[in-house]
Design a protein around this ligand. Structure first.
Ligand SMILES: *Cc1c(COP(=O)(O)O)cnc(C)c1O
Length: 374
């Protein structure tokens, strides 16, 4: 696949707060001499993210990364690692969803997504749970690339099935709304609100959030006695400082992402056979720009773009079930996943990308497609 042509337009270039924007927060760490363990900056960041997600007091807990956030969410919901029950999840997700379930002591059970929404369908899930090749211990819903999923049918389903439902909204900082389901938002550099490495779990269920928090601090509650089998997944005050600086500039970042997205959508009008990912044009902002090609040509188009110095990415690869480490996990029929894996491509999208560069990508994409459309 490597074309040998130097990359002139990368697929993503994260932009986190500058050193100047960090300085006031770093000075406050000097003054407090608090470096970790839910210090003042961490608490402020959690309060602000809980507010942003509509979670209410105590509705957010920060973690070292989103993957661990998913893992501890499953544990907080009572999944017993000794049981190795199935975690029903879409194969159409980033591999971290599967890793987290495995690390929580579960076996991923990959099912297909709805072709229109790219996410699990609550009604189909009822049948998938009943027909699963083993006991389903939890369901993991994934919001595709920050396009929100309505949590209410999932809250109902959790009651109906009597098993936990957690939501992987890794890319959903801008759109995620807290519900009674534990919902993970990644703060990785490549996601909307980046701190480098980090994650947060939000919920309107403050008790469940408190259990995630305990699991992130050796299973301790107020005393130093482990009541849960936890780990150490706390963020440092330095990470919280980056998060607070990123939140300060979020309105600006968000406006720039929106403007870039509009520019892209206008430019793509030149290629009517190329469709936008579901919800991409919606009123929420994200750092990934996926399109659906008019044929199963993601790999070929990626190679063509590379030959013109343009990087692109199949963000979710060929689906989790195709990764060697997880291909032995049970799965249902996956025709939609296979179809999306072959036809979805992430195009260059980052702050600083110019209108000229977008135009260049669209022209290159047009040339690549012309070869394939014959
Ligand atoms: C990024 C991502 C994760 C993992 O988040 P990290 O903070 O990088 O651990 C999990 N699931 C999905 C869908 C993601 O996109």
């Amino acid at each position: 696949m490597y074309s040998g042509v130097p990359v002139e337009i990368p697929v993503l270039r994260p932009r986190l707060p500058s050193a100047d924007k960090l300085t006031p927060w770093l000075r406050s760490i000097d003054a407090s001499r608090y470096y970790s363990n839910f210090g003042p900056l961490c608490q402020e960041l959690e309060r602000k993210i809980a507010d942003h997600a509509g979670a209410g007091p105590g509705g957010a807990v920060t973690l070292v990364n989103g993957t661990v956030g998913l893992q501890l969410s499953l544990a907080a919901e009572g999944v017993d690692p000794g049981d190795r029950t199935l975690c029903l999840m879409p194969s159409w997700t980033f591999i971290a969803s599967a890793s987290a379930a495995w690390q929580a002591g579960m076996v991923p059970y990959f099912v297909d997504v709805d072709p229109v929404t790219w996410t699990l369908d609550p009604r189909a899930t009822v049948g998938d749970v009943v027909g699963a090749p083993g006991r389903v211990g939890a369901v993991m819903v994934v919001t595709p690339f920050g396009t929100p999923v309505d949590p209410s049918p999932w809250e109902e389903l959790r009651e109906q099935l009597g098993r936990p439902v957690i939501i992987d909204a890794a890319a959903g900082f801008d759109s995620a709304r807290a519900s009674s389901c534990l919902t993970m938002i990644s703060l990785h550099a490549t996601k909307s609100l980046g701190v480098g490495e980090g994650g947060v779990v939000v919920s309107t269920d403050a008790e469940a959030i408190e259990r995630v928090r305990q699991l992130s601090v050796f299973g301790f509650s107020d005393d130093r006695v482990a009541r849960l089998r936890g780990t150490n997944a706390k963020i440092s005050e330095y990470v919280a400082a980056v998060g607070l600086a990123a939140l300060d500039e979020w309105p600006q970042t968000r406006a720039e992402l929106a403007a870039l997205k509009d520019l892209w959508i206008d430019a793509l009008a030149a290629l009517p056979s190329v469709e936008l990912a579901p919800g991409l044009a919606g009123p929420w902002q994200n750092t990934m720009f996926n399109v659906i090609l008019p044929g199963p040509w993601a790999a070929q188009v990626k190679a063509h773009l590379a030959s013109e110095g343009i990087d692109s990415r199949q963000w979710w690869g060929l689906g989790c079930h195709r990764h060697p480490a997880f291909q032995g996990c049970p799965r249902g029929p996956l025709p939609v996943t296979e179809d999306l894996a072959a036809s979805v491509l992430g195009l260059p999208f980052y702050l600083g990308l110019t209108a000229d560069q977008v135009g260049r990508v669209v022209e290159a994409l047009g040339r690549g497609l012309k070869k394939l459309e014959g």
